[in-house]
Design a binder for this molecule. Structure first.
Ligand code: ACO
Length: 448
């Protein structure tokens, strides 16, 4: 198959959100800590009527409807998520309800889980399937969904929630360059969820930041090496038109891109100009470990990277800054932002993607963007996703109401035998919502 990749995308996020500025005041931290320090504007969250299953039902139904896809045409459905609602029954099986009416039960795939990396694993599975001998000619469908919530404390403002659905097949406008992936995987305890009675992770914030940057360096080096072997020339930041990162919070994305430039400098890439070389020369003798700790290096690289960041990264930051960390959906929400902002000029461009999941698994891979044909073209994808409209029609909650909601959700997590308020007044038509969990823990949803 040729140009296998993403044909269509739909994104859903809860209409309920809290402004980071109001959270700063509420939490009693210094003004600017969340908005400038973390680089976040706003955070979306699920209320008691929404969860990863309802968000996925909404995203998949909407994708099939808006792109005019017959549910019978789906041959594989993969879900990436780290939000555990059931330790055995996959989210994928809940989504099979959508296919009941068309009597399509012949759909491979289940859930993939490893922190924020599950969505990428699901995506690779679908792409590999279409490229393989077992492909039966139908579409693959990938869903990335999470509700990211943290206990009170420094990590709380880095929550978020969303579901993204992506249709996979050949002749795609967003085509994989499958031969130049670079991965890095290892055993660390930076962020994990050992307490099965709680939705909150155990997180070593500082370690997770360093692990992220170490994984980025390794993946970038492997990505560059594979590119060089294949193309017979060096790869550097100059060879990617856009760089899209997994986005726990925007500040880390700024640091990550700067780090790529530092890698180019250390590798003596020919694209690195004299001015940059001069600015970074004082850091050329740092060991790897020292380079992760050096504040001066961080500042210097971010400064020299700023113009390139504005051109190659900033267009892919809108949704993660507005919604927060969506775990498995974060990288793809960043990519959604790029399509939203640049769909008219993306054809012919290379987009480099970096996926990171704590624990840890990470991969750098890339897309070649093509015009595509209606309905699978960039302008239509941007229209269907309607990111601007969705962001505008949100409802801002005061921090007190957000905290109250988190308390309710703590009690509801793992609980049975309750009905929700069924209050769907804030949800737009077509949105699924949770109505009841019965005495056997069975979950029931309705569609507005
Ligand atoms: N104005 C401007 N900037 C400020 C202000 C202020 N008033 N106050 C603080 N800052 C800056 C700090 O200097 C720092 O920036 P820097 O890193 O450039 O120095 C930034 O704000 C954050 O402040 P810290 O004190 O370092 O943050 P804190 O310890 O409170 O927590 C952290 C930050 C670790 C990211 C926390 O939110 C967390 O644990 N999040 C979850 C883990 C995470 O997302 N890890 C990323 C990869 S793993 C994953 O995706 C889950």
């Amino acid at each position: 198959q040729k140009n296998v990749g993403i044909l269509a995308i739909e994104i859903y996020f809860p209409p309920t959100c809290v402004q980071q500025e109001t959270m700063e005041a509420h939490d009693g931290v210094s003004k600017g800590k969340y908005t400038i320090g973390l680089g976040q504007d706003c955070m979306a969250f699920c209320t008691e009527v929404e969860d990863v299953i309802s968000m996925s039902l909404t995203a998949v139904t909407s994708l099939l409807e808006k792109y005019g896809i017959d549910p019978k045409q789906i041959g594989r459905l993969e879900v990436g998520s780290e939000t555990v609602i059931d330790k055995s029954k996959s989210i994928k099986t809940f989504l099979m309800q959508i296919f009941e009416e068309s009597e399509n039960t012949d759909i491979e795939g289940v859930d993939s889980t490893n922190a924020c990396y599950g969505g990428t694993a699901a995506l690779f599975n679908c792409v590999n399937w279409v490229e393989s001998n077992s492909w039966d000619g139908r579409y693959g469908l990938v869903v990335c969904t999470d509700s990211a919530v943290y206990a009170e404390g420094p990590a709380r403002p880095t929550g978020g929630a969303a579901a993204i659905a992506m249709l996979i097949g050949p002749d795609a406008p967003i085509a994989f360059e499958s031969k130049i992936r670079g991965s890095y995987m290892s055993h660390v305890y930076d962020f994990y969820k050992p307490n099965l009675a709680s939705e909150y992770p155990v997180v070593d914030g500082k370690l997770s930041q360093t692990c992220y940057l170490m994984a980025l360096d390794s993946c970038y080096n492997r990505f560059c090496n594979k590119y060089e072997k294949l193309e017979g020339k060096q790869f550097s930041v100059a060879d990617g038109d856009y760089f899209v990162f997994h986005s726990p919070y925007n500040k880390l994305v700024q640091k990550s891109f700067a780090r790529l430039l530092f890698n180019d400098f250390s590798r003596n890439a020919s694209s690195v100009g004299e001015a940059v070389k001069e600015k970074l020369a004082p850091f050329s003798n740092l060991t790897g470990d020292e380079s992760y700790q050096s504040r001066d290096l961080e500042k210097a690289t971010q400064q020299v990277a700023k113009p390139l960041y504005d051109a190659k990264v900033q267009p892919a930051t809108l949704v993660p800054k507005q919604i927060g960390n969506m775990y498995t959906a974060s990288l793809y929400a960043a990519f959604v932002s790029l399509i939203h902002n640049k769909h008219a000029s993306l054809a012919g461009q290379r987009v480099v993607m970096f996926s990171y999941g704590s624990g840890l698994s990470a991969t750098m891979f890339s897309f070649q963007i093509r015009e595509g044909q209606h309905p699978f073209c960039l302008s239509n994808i941007a229209t269907v996703m309607n990111v601007g409209g969705k962001l505008k029609s949100r409802h801002e909650f005061p921090p007190e109401k957000f905290v109250e909601t988190m308390k309710v959700m703590e009690h509801r997590y793992g609980a049975k035998d309750f009905v929700t308020s069924k209050d769907c007044s804030l949800l737009s038509p077509g949105t699924y919502y949770l109505t009841e969990v019965d005495s056997m823990y069975r979950r029931f949803y309705a569609k507005k």
